[in-house]
Design a protein around this ligand. Sequence first.
Ligand code: KG4
Ligand code: ZN
Length: 368
Amino acid sequence: MADSRDEPLVLGIETSCDETGVGIVRGTTLLADAVASSVDEHARFGGVVPEVASRAHLEAMAPTIRRALKDAGVSAKDLDGIAVTAGPGLAGALLVGVSAAKAYAYALDKPLYGVNHLASHICVDQLEHGPLPEPTMALLVSGGHSSLLLSEDITSDVRPLGSTIDDAAGEAFDKIARVLDLGFPGGPVIDRYAREGDPEAIAFPRGLTGPRDAPYDFSFSGLKTSVARWIEAKRAAGEDVPVRDVSASFQEAVVDVLTRKAVRACKDEGVDHLMIGGGVAANSRLRALAQERCEKAGIRLRVPRPKLCTDNGAMVAALGAEMVARNRAASSWDLSADSSLPVTEPHVPGHSHDHDHVHEVSKENLYP
Ligand code: KG4
Ligand code: ZN
């Protein structure tokens, strides 16, 4: 590419959990978002089984890549780069994506970008609402993470203001759904039942909201226990559990705390917008309450459409395209999956800013 702000064409691969996602973007424009999910294979175990997920990624990878290229109407040789989730996530599942990305990048002679799954959940909003403001205040809520993040530049600088001290928000949804026998994953089902329930039926606790508590940290473990005990007590008394009211009241406790703390962080830091990303951002009540509270506080809300909130390949491609546009170093061929990659590392760079040089050195490393 002649100019760094030309719109780079990037393919992104996501395999950190149970979705095999392959997305293709041109700059901040979404061209394809192909997802193959192994969620049905995990449902009977009540959670994601790592080995099952890895095998499913392996089987779905090549067909999903072909489908994405076909949907986008582009040829692999025209790509400016291949991005892949390097972490955090399930080690074996990540490894399938990283290996596939290396193989395609090497065979096609394209630069490889190992990127952070969490930063991708934020960057994906560029596909929906255009370039992210700088700084960006982001509430990241997924199955494994719940954090408030301030980012000056999504490719290089992500600073956590606070995060959960125990369960992630999505994890709490999944666990309560299990107690209610609603299946896995729990978020979407609870969201549905809650629409017909009363959010004020049961007063569940709001964790870490006292005057002396850390203002931007979250805790959902106490809430989870409280909801489980309430359900147990009903069952022990031989009474029916009002699933809709429990769902609505539990969900309200989660989204009340998330939105309250996010709005406060924006005000404290003087940031006039809020981005919400990650699987839980698909929650209808979280979206509605965030909208209401942001409007009241004069804050502009950015939340991608639900399909871009849950895991997908387009988010990885979006961050990869931003890496290319900003001339970030490509990853070296010894890129490895890092199951606990910290949120503060948006990408896993190589040893050189010169792609050709990276190729040269790495080929020697591969075939000494
Ligand atoms: O980001 P994501 O797809 O995967 C991870 O990176 O973890 O998030 C998955 C989480 C699961 O816990 C799921 O129950 C939750 O997002 N989730 C929801 C909704 N849709 C997905 N939680 C609440 N309401 C939803 N509509
Ligand atoms: Zn995710």
